[in-house]
Design a protein around this ligand. Sequence first.
Ligand code: ZN
Length: 99
Amino acid sequence: MGYKNVCINCKRVESLGTDHDNFRTGNYPECSNEMIFVNHKFRPPKKTDAKAWKVVSFLIINGFEFQPITDDSGCYIKYPESMKEAESFVTKYREKIKR
Ligand SMILES: [Zn+2]
């Protein structure tokens, strides 16, 4: 299991691997935006795909950091790719990510 850092403003994605000693946290020196820790399963959209990045930002802001979530029968739930799906996804699965 590895992790990635993402800046949703610059659409920058960094792979952190699994070595916790190398994890960077805080803000990016380049843009001073916050680094957001996401699951390694996160597949960043193309930088030019503004629509897809809007969905990604929306999910992250709502606490979905691409951690695996399962439904009541234990099946993995696929992350949404459109804004419309993302809105119902967030409402439906909010309870699942509460810590
Ligand atoms: Zn940035």
